[in-house]
Design a protein. Structure first.
Length: 421
C-alpha cells in the first residue's frame, strides 16, 4: 500500500514539474506573534496557484539583528533567499543588492499609500513593493481606566500619573508583578522608533531634518528623554531595557500592565480567542509632550524586495506581486491586523470591522513621523545605532540627557562629514 502511495506521489510530482517547470522560492518572513503563520498561509496560496514551492526562512525578531543577517548574506552574493521582507528604513541601505522592480510594479504602485511608496524608491527606482504599514500606538486597558475612573491620557504627564495610580492600586490588590507602562527599550532599531516618538511629541525634531542637518541636541529632546528615563524603575520595569516588541506584548497580554506602546500587529493577538485581555483593550494616539506638544507615532512598516542574486527572479517577482496584492493584504489585515498599504482597503468593511482603530486613528497613520532614512541614505543604520545607544545610556542612567545628546550631536556630525549618501 505505502509503495503504491509513494509511486503515485512521485508520478504527481513529475507531472507538475514537467508541465509548469516548477521552482522553489525562498522568502524571509518575520515571526513576531502570528506573523510566521500568516506569511505561510499567503505563500502556500501562491504555491498552490502556480505549482511552485516556497520555503520560509525565519529571521531574528530584532530589526537590527535581522538587518545584520541580510547584509551578511547579500554581501556574500548568496542566492539562498529570493524574496526579502525588508523594513521601510532599509531600502537605501540594501538597494545595491536588490532587483529594480520599476517595470513590474510601476503600474500598480500608485494604488499604495504615498508615504510607503516613498520608502520603496531609491533615486526614482522602485526597489521594493509596500506590504504593510506600521505606526506606533498606545494600547490601554479599558477596564482599568474605568475601574480607576481615569480618561485616556493625552499627555505624557497624564500617562505617568495614571500609570502610577493603577500600578499602586493593582499591587495593593496583590498583583505584585503589575506595571504601569511597557514599551521597547532594548538598544536596537525599535528604540529608535520609540525615542523618536518621545522627541517628536515634544516638538524636538526628527534627529536629522529633511535637509540633512543634525537637530537632535535641543532642549525639547532633553526634556523628552528626561521624562522617559524617569519611568524606568517606577512605572516601567527595569527589564524594559532589554524588551523588543514581543517582550512588551508578553507582559501586557498576560494582564500585567496598564499601558503598552506597540505596532498594530499586537491588536489581533490581544483580541485572540486565548487572550486574557480580549475585549478589555483600547488603542489611542501616543500622548503629547505637554499641552503644546503633538501626538506622534513613528512610521514603520515592511516591504518585499527581490534579491539581485535570485536564480528565479521572475517567479520571485510574481510572488511579491501576489503577496502585496489586494486579496492577500486584505486577508492579512483581517486576520493579523497588518495595516494595508493599498488605499482602497481603507474603505473595506471587513478590514474596518476587524480593526476599528484603523479608521478611528486615521490621523495617526496619515501624520506618522518618518525616520531620517531617505536623507541619510546608506548611513541610516549608523545614525540610528548612535541614536539608540545614546538613548539607552540615558534610560539606564549611565548618562544625563544633555550630556548624551551633546555627544550624539558630535558623533552624528562626524558621520555626516563622510557624506550622508
Ligand atoms: C516594526 C516596524 C519597523 C521598525 C521595527 C522596529 O517592524 O515595521 O519599521 O523598524 O518595528 O523594531
Amino acid at each position: 500500500m505505502s509503495r503504491v502511495i509513494a509511486s503515485l506521489t512521485l508520478a504527481a510530482g513529475l507531472l507538475t514539474s514537467a508541465s509548469v517547470s516548477a521552482v522553489e522560492i525562498s522568502i524571509s518572513c518575520s515571526a513576531l506573534g502570528k506573523e510566521y503563520e500568516i506569511c505561510k498561509q499567503g505563500v502556500d496560496a501562491w504555491a498552490q496557484k502556480t505549482g511552485n514551492t516556497v520555503k520560509i526562512v525565519s529571521t531574528p525578531n530584532s530589526a537590527t539583528e535581522r538587518l545584520a543577517l541580510y547584509q551578511q548574506l547579500l554581501a556574500a552574493g548568496a542566492g539562498d533567499i529570493d524574496v526579502f521582507q525588508i523594513d521601510v528604513v532599509w531600502t537605501g541601505i540594501l538597494a545595491d543588492h536588490l532587483q529594480d522592480l520599476t517595470s513590474n510594479g510601476q503600474s500598480v504602485v500608485s494604488q499604495h499609500l504615498p508615504a510607503m511608496v516613498e520608502t520603496s524608491r531609491v533615486n526614482g527606482k522602485l526597489m521594493a513593493m509596500p506590504w504593510f504599514a506600521d505606526a506606533g500606538l498606545l494600547y490601554y486597558r479599558k477596564d482599568l481606566l474605568d475601574k480607576y475612573k481615569r480618561p485616556v491620557p493625552q499627555t505624557w504627564s497624564d500617562l505617568t500619573e495614571t500609570a502610577r495610580m493603577i500600578q499602586e492600586g493593582e499591587r495593593k490588590e496583590g498583583k505584585g508583578d503589575f506595571w504601569g507602562y511597557v514599551w521597547q527599550g532594548r538598544a536596537y532599531e525599535g528604540l529608535t522608533t520609540v525615542a523618536l516618538e518621545w522627541i517628536a511629541s515634544y516638538n524636538g525634531g526628527t534627529i536629522v531634518d529633511e535637509k540633512g542637518e543634525v537637530t537632535v541636541e535641543n532642549p525639547k529632546a532633553v526634556e523628552a528623554l528626561k521624562t522617559a528615563a524617569g519611568w524606568v524603575g517606577t512605572i516601567t520595569p527595569e527589564g524594559v531595557l532589554n524588551y523588543t516588541e514581543e517582550e512588551a506584548r508578553g507582559v501586557f497580554q498576560a494582564g500585567n500592565a496598564a499601558f503598552m506602546r506597540n505596532w498594530p500587529y499586537a491588536w489581533a493577538l490581544a483580541q485572540g480567542a486565548d487572550s486574557t485581555i480580549k475585549d478589555k483593550v483600547g488603542i489611542a494616539p501616543l500622548p503629547k509632550g505637554g499641552a503644546d506638544g503633538r501626538h506622534a507615532g513613528t512610521l514603520g512598516g515592511q516591504l518585499l524586495a527581490v534579491s539581485k542574486y535570485s536564480k528565479n527572479a521572475d517567479a520571485a517577482i510574481d510572488l511579491v506581486m501576489y503577496l502585496t496584492g489586494q486579496e492577500e493584504q486584505k486577508r492579512r489585515a483581517v486576520q493579523g491586523s497588518f495595516n494595508p498599504t493599498l488605499v482602497s482597503l481603507y474603505g473595506d468593511a471587513d478590514v474596518a470591522k476587524a480593526n476599528p482603530f484603523i479608521g478611528d486613528l486615521a490621523d495617526v497613520f496619515a501624520n506618522a513621523v518618518a525616520r531620517p532614512a531617505t536623507v541619510t541614505g546608506q548611513n541610516y543604520n549608523k545614525v540610528s545605532t548612535e541614536f539608540f545607544n545614546a538613548v539607552h545610556q540615558v534610560l539606564s542612567k549611565r548618562a544625563e540627557p544633555a550630556q548624551a545628546l551633546n555627544r550624539l550631536d558630535r558623533d552624528l556630525k562626524r558621520i555626516k562629514r563622510s557624506g550622508w549618501q
